[in-house]
Design a protein around this ligand. Sequence first.
Ligand SMILES: Cc1ncc(COP(=O)(O)O)c(C=O)c1O
Length: 387
Amino acid sequence: MTTTNRIMQQIQVSGIRRFDEAISSVPDIIKLTVGEPDLPTPAHVKKAGIQAIRDDVSHYSPLMGFQALQQAASQYFHQKYGLTYAPNEILATVGATEAVATALLSVLNPGDGVLMPTPGYTSYQPVVAMAQGNLIPIDTTKAGYKLTPAALAATIQAHQHDHLKVLIFNYPTNPTGVTYTKAELAALVTVIKQAGLLVLSDEIYSELTYEQPHTALATLYPEKTITINGLSKSHAMTGWRLGFIMAPLALINEMKKTHQYLVTSTSSISQAAGIEALTHGLDDGPKMRDIYQARRDYLVSRLSEIGINYLYPTGAFYVFAQVPADFNGNSWDFATQLAQEAHVAVIPGSAFGTSGEGWFRISYAASMANLRNSMNQLATWRAQTLV
Ligand SMILES: Cc1ncc(COP(=O)(O)O)c(C=O)c1O
């Protein structure tokens, strides 16, 4: 008899974390690895959190979250993206991470097929495995790292007997920085609708788009979209652990049970801060976006100068760049050597699935000084290795 769960035995700590830990002992390393804002939580939001502690907001909240939070979220997402979720269709979760897990564990049955464009965010596959779903990757490398209606339709056709149930879709996309226009989304929805798929739409980076406003998928496909969002990126609140699932009531009512038995409710103090962020912090995201945009512009111009190819990022805070053709080794070797010799840490593309091989992810959720120094060090290292 095995002592631990067989499914969990097959699951590893994510490649992002493993790589980050592996290079952490390199002295003076500049880390452009983990995807979390370096900026502080806005002062007015912190103040609301402190006030909540003073006011003894230190008890369980209702399972779904405080009603005032559901109301604030309903209004905020309406104002921002035209979403029309009623307060009781919004479930407050422990970050987007719990939102993804609760949603997938609530809808999947063993053997259900789950489609997912790759390379993609690393936390979906383990949850699909926990729910005993069958993950079917859709390689986007030949289509500019975007999911196209043709590729989606072809995969659906090829797997028509595989109990296809959910498409996991994340945009702006981690790790590629790709995002989608309204017209592109509408074309995808035509295919999705025909197949009757549920969509888990992870829009946690929705405030960070640089070329065009974000279109929420649920505005085009409200009946079967499960929207994931939260305050981690928009309000630099990763440590507060506050996210949302927004979905039609019948789905939310099922998810409420999963959520109860996983976590009961998310932190009351964080919820109080979240009400403030959602009510008086509509400008917080755009202010941070402007800062990230300046960093993105700087980073891509330096990469061009150095001669590193990259995918031009239109959202999130990542640049997906190509391991130089003359480098002898895979993306893990490249990132390891870069860390050890240039003291710059990036994430190997293979951490995002086999289709990420040959690439690496740079996070620009880092100070301008760190970006400047890291690009100088990369330039010097590259010049030396080319000789
Ligand atoms: C695409 C995506 N979804 C979800 C998350 C997790 O967000 P949270 O910190 O709110 O759990 C991340 C974090 O990096 C992410 O990149």
